[in-house]
Structure formats: C-alpha cells, structure tokens
Ligand binder design. Structure first.
Ligand code: ZN
Length: 185
C-alpha cells in the first residue's frame, strides 16, 4: 500500500470515526438532568470538532503549503465551522422546537463536514504554486504526471509517491509538455 492510498483510507474514515465519537460522548446525556444534557451535548459537539480538526491536520499537514495567508484562512474555517454549528443548533432548536441536546448533536455532525469542505478549498495548491513547485525541479527533471513527484534517477517507471504506473514514452511526453509549460510561464 502506498502512503497516498493509506492517507485516502484514513481520510474516508474520518467522518464515520467522528460519528461514533459523537454518539459515544453524547450518550452521557442519558444519565444527566435536562440542564446538564444541554452542556454535555454542546461539549460533545465541540469535542468532536476539535478531534476532526486535529486528525485532519495531522493527516494532511505535509501536503499543504503553509503560507501565512493559508494559516489565517485555516483558522477562519474553524471559526466558520463553529458559526455554522451554532446556526444549525439555533435553527433546529428555535424553528422546529427540537430539544436542545438533539439540535446540538445535529450541529456536532455538521461542523466536521463544514471544516473538511473548507480545507478542500483553502489547502488546494493554486496553479501558481504548482508552477513554482515544478520550477524548483528544473526543466530536465522527470516528474510524475499524476502527482508531480520528482522521479529523476529512479530505475522504474512507477511513481513511489502515488503508485501510478507509466510507460517510458508516457513519462517522456509528460516531461516534454512540462518543459514547454515552464518555458511559457
Ligand atoms: Zn505520482
């Protein structure tokens, strides 16, 4: 299994794991009074968000280019995810007069989704960043056409980073195209 495949499996599992955690934490409501239930379910929702944010950062931190602006926007996603959770809680508790612990649990399920969606947009490499990265390899480097990994000097045509298999002529064509792309920029 390549590192990328392992990461993708872990990424797919983040929401099921967070849902189990959410159920486990908020099950304490069964032993609590009404007022405590509100605290427990809100605390559980926030706890799950902290878990998912940490898990997601640990999983992807090495593939993100951490510019100051991207770090700022990453914090902003956390704040926006919490604001979204508060909105969900307020909406269901007020409009549909759902008991607050239920509404908080619902917010706990939606906040991690908001966070993950936000990171997809903020963490994605911009075309300019991709070009800068490819430039640092120089025009004579052979890079994986799938993930951009520098394959120069390898004795096989399989990318060790993403696992994609190429033929020599596919790598040759991709290298040639990249050279032209770099010359144009
Ligand atoms: Zn690759």
């Amino acid at each position: 299994m390549t590192r990328l495949v392992a990461r993708i499996i872990l990424a797919v599992l983040v929401l099921p794991i967070s849902n189990v955690l959410q159920m486990f934490l908020s099950s304490a409501v069964a032993f609590a009074s009404n007022q405590q239930s509100v605290l427990i379910s809100t605390g559980a929702a926030l706890g799950v968000l902290v878990f998912v944010v940490t898990y997601w950062l640990l999983l992807w931190r090495s593939s993100v280019q951490w510019t100051p602006s991207r770090i700022r926007r990453t914090w902003l996603i956390v704040v926006l995810a919490m604001a979204f959770g508060a909105l969900v809680l307020g909406f269901f508790a007020a409009i549909s007069s759902m008991p607050v612990p239920f509404a908080a649990t619902l917010a706990g399920y939606t906040m991690p989704v908001a966070w993950i969606l936000g990171t997809v947009f903020v963490w994605r490499e911009t075309p300019k960043e991709r070009m800068e990265r490819l430039k640092t390899y120089g025009t004579d480097a052979v890079c994986c056409p799938m993930c951009g990994y520098n394959m120069t000097g390898l004795k096989e045509t399989r990318c060790p980073e993403c696992g994609a298999q190429f033929t020599v002529d596919e790598l040759y064509t991709a290298q040639h195209e990249r050279e032209q792309e770099l010359q144009r920029s």
